[in-house]
Write a protein that binds this ligand. Sequence first.
Ligand SMILES: Cc1cc2nc3c(=O)[nH]c(=O)nc-3n(C[C@H](O)[C@H](O)[C@H](O)COP(=O)(O)O)c2cc1C
Length: 174
Amino acid sequence: MIDLLKTRRSIRKYKNKEIEKEKVDTLLKAALLAPTSMGKRSWEFIAVTNKNLISELSTARKMGSQFLKGAPLVIVVVENPEATDAYIEDGAIASTLIQVTAHSMGLGSCWCHVRNRDRIDYDTTEAFIKTLLNIPENLKVECMLGIGYPDEERKAYTDEDLALNKLHYDKYSK
Ligand SMILES: Cc1cc2nc3c(=O)[nH]c(=O)nc-3n(C[C@H](O)[C@H](O)[C@H](O)COP(=O)(O)O)c2cc1C
């Protein structure tokens, strides 16, 4: 597991190659296996492979979403705030599991953030995605995960990259 975590990097360039259905199914199963607050499963997942929709999704932010255009798969992570007040944590954990599972199968992925982001001055990123994908009004969008076979190489992390100053033992130390 630690090697998997060290070699996982955000991948924003993807080969022009479809992801096999079994692998897509495995990614979605990984999402459904994520732990959730009080077991409420406050999330839902939309697997988008339609090229026109993906192209539209890549315009969802002023900056930071354009990389999605080349992805053969975008998983949109949706949350129900009425299910639990920990819905953001539920969505974030499931998203991370999708990313690590993708990496374990030779796929690259990158998170595109949605909450508190704008598409254009009068339209939020979230509102744009909800309209495009027919997402019900009461649900929130956590993120969009671009996924595909990597077409860029990113250096694995080593122990030297670890922010050891972020660690404390027993009590917070300055
Ligand atoms: C909550 C969150 C939001 C992110 N939002 C974006 C984003 O909108 N666009 C993007 O290109 N990358 C985004 N990323 C990817 C980060 O830039 C990336 O994880 C970080 O630079 C560390 O690089 P690494 O993933 O290769 O370790 C996001 C990552 C997280 C966890």
